[in-house]
Design a protein around this ligand. Structure first.
Ligand SMILES: Nc1ncnc2c1ncn2[C@@H]1O[C@H](COP(=O)(O)OP(=O)(O)OP(=O)(O)O)[C@@H](O)[C@H]1O
Length: 252
């Protein structure tokens, strides 16, 4: 579904590489998280995949083809929800459909209403983002990302700004969505427990510049229950991951 081959990137204003000869791949229908300390370059990986940035060397393939020659191969949800405050929730969700083009107003309305029901916000089309709670805004932003129609979703710390209880319920909600639709999800988080609860595999950034991602499979079946997190092997995995992040903070 997604493959990075020997990707190198350096910000024009910097004299060091953020990514150096990085390769990894994600299979169709996988839920994969990337964890790493703040500033290590996780979001840069997303900006390269979604072509906000271009690699200095190497290539990025989606569905086996270079991304430069493709449209709408991924949906991107940035850290903050970035809903346009002057557009209603319905108008925000309509945006990817307007960009894609080719749909009548009534077709767009039907798709937006269907998605709002899907993300648990029926009847919210006419509200403005400022009238929604943080969790509702994130669900609306997720709906907008899903309406890109892309099978590959890049979610960059989508729940980091939410309070603990909302975050936990949003994690469960996201897993439900993923289990129903089986999009391929690449998810960035600082939160080791969140990565374990959601992912089939975790990719750990343990070097700067990022030269490789250490792959850690999560030994839990789907559907997941939060109680699974208290299994001894999962507690040990959490400690191992926290340790490798702590080491990176010290080295950084
Ligand atoms: N536009 C830019 N120009 C120069 N350097 C940048 C730019 N954007 C990011 N950087 C630097 O590149 C590095 C990686 O940034 P990036 O946003 O990818 O990190 P991150 O791992 O996603 O961080 P966080 O978890 O805090 O969001 C950081 O050192 C950052 O300062």
């Amino acid at each position: 579904m997604l493959e990075l081959r020997g990707v190198t990137y350096r910000y024009p204003s910097e004299d060091f590489d953020t990514l150096q000869n990085l390769s990894f791949s994600v299979k169709e229908g996988e839920f994969v998280s990337i964890i790493g300390v703040s500033g290590c370059g996780k979001s840069t990986i997303f900006r390269l995949i979604n072509r906000l940035l271009s690699p200095g060397a190497g290539e990025i393939l989606a569905g086996g083809h270079p991304v430069e020659r493709q449209k709408q191969y991924c949906g991107y949800m940035p850290q903050r929800d970035l809903l346009f405050p002057w557009r209603t929730v319905g108008e925000n969700l309509r945006l990817p459909l307007e960009i894609r083009g080719g749909l009548s107003r009534s077709e767009m309305r039907a798709q937006v209403e269907g998605m709002l029901a899907e993300v648990g916000l029926p009847g919210c089309a006419g509200k403005y983002p400022g009238e929604l709670s943080g969790g509702m805004r994130q669900r609306a932003a997720f709906g907008r990302t899903a309406l890109t129609g892309s099978k590959l979703l890049l979610l960059d710390e989508p729940f980091s700004a939410l309070d603990f209880l909302t975050r936990v319920s949003m994690q469960e909600w996201l897993l439900g969505q993923w289990q129903r639709h089986r999009q391929t999800v690449l998810f960035i988080t600082h939160d080791v427990e969140e990565a374990i609860f959601l992912s089939g595999r975790i990719l750990v950034v343990d070097s700067t510049p990022i030269r490789r991602l250490t792959e850690v499979p999560v030994p839990l079946p789907y559907p997941r229950e939060r109680t699974m997190l208290s299994r001894p092997e999962i507690a040990a995995l959490r400690e191992r991951l926290l340790d490798s992040l702590r080491k990176q903070v010290k080295e950084g």
